[in-house]
Design a protein around this ligand. Structure first.
Ligand SMILES: [Zn+2]
Length: 291
């Protein structure tokens, strides 16, 4: 693949079938370019390069380990009590998007005004995506810089999304509740956070471990008693056995961390090491400008 720098801000790349395409250099490309991917988001085209920067994952890391509970109420809760959440859409944007949808329903297919409406809707969705990506990158950075081990619940979000609707032969149970949950799961971008964590871990020497999400929200992190009744509400945990009270998400995070530590203590560390799962290199997205 041929890449040339045109000036400080612009470069061009020769892509198969497309020929020379100029792009805005939004990040420095340090290293040997391995591959390029072109994607579209709304009205914008992007090219991402996988770059081998020659850096290897450090062997050691000095900070303590948090477990992360990817929850619905709080996007990220840590076993040390740290939490972070962010809304990705403003009220105005949700309102505007709904209005555009109504407008779209009245417009004739293939008309120029309809295309305009669609473009406006895409730009709102694009802003939401950008904020989510920013949130995931920020959180992944914060977690990997400080921690040698990050433990995540392996929620198989993908399966949950698929199961909500079910099939014709096997209709999904609890469809409405699950659909609502799935919307909030996708809204929080759990997959994106896990991917961002694994990508960052490559540089900080952090081990990312995923543990099965079994009873983590019903188990007491103090006495290990399991009782669904201990979860008083979305946010509160009160153990029916020992009376231990705590934020429900932090309690779950502690259980996840304990499970992750058990996995790493068993010598299963290498299997969970993100560096082996992720291709070497760093992915950078650059804005494409068609010529
Ligand atoms: Zn207890």
């Amino acid at each position: 693949m041929l890449i040339e720098r045109l000036n400080r801000r612009w470069g061009r790349v020769r892509l198969p079938k497309l020929g020379w395409v100029t792009f805005r250099i939004s990040h420095p490309l340090g290293g040997v370019v391995r591959s390029a991917t072109v994607s579209r988001d709304g009205n914008h085209w992007y090219v991402s390069f996988v770059v081998d920067d020659g850096k290897t994952t450090p062997k050691e890391h000095a900070w303590p380990d948090p477990g992360v509970d990817r929850g619905v109420v709080v996007a990220v809760a840590c076993s040390d009590g740290w939490m972070r959440d962010r809304r990705f859409t403003t009220r105005g944007e949700i309102k505007r998007h709904r209005r555009l949808q109504q407008k779209l329903a009245r417009q004739k297919k293939g008309s120029a005004s309809r295309r305009q409406t669609l473009a406006a809707m895409r730009s709102i969705r694009g802003r939401e995506r950008d904020r989510r990506a920013d949130f995931c990158a920020w959180t992944a950075h914060r977690l990997t810089e400080r921690n040698a081990l990050v433990v995540l619940e392996d929620l198989r979000t993908r399966n949950m999304t698929r199961n909500a609707k079910g099939t014709v032969e096997q209709p999904g149970s609890n469809v409405k509740a699950k659909a609502g949950l799935n919307r909030s799961i996708l809204g929080r971008g759990w997959w994106q956070l896990a991917t961002a964590l694994k990508g960052r871990a490559h540089y900080s020497g952090t081990t990312v471990v995923e543990v099965p999400a079994r009873f983590t929200s019903q188990t007491c992190s103090a006495c290990a008693a399991v009782d669904p009744g201990s979860r008083e509400g979305q946010a509160r945990f009160r153990c029916t056995h020992c009376g231990h009270t705590m934020n429900a998400d932090v309690n779950a995070a502690r259980n996840i961390l304990a499970a992750g530590l058990a996995v790493t203590a068993c010598g299963d560390l290498d299997a969970g090491r993100s560096v082996k799962q992720e291709p070497a290199g760093n992915r950078e997205e650059l804005l494409l400008q068609p010529t």
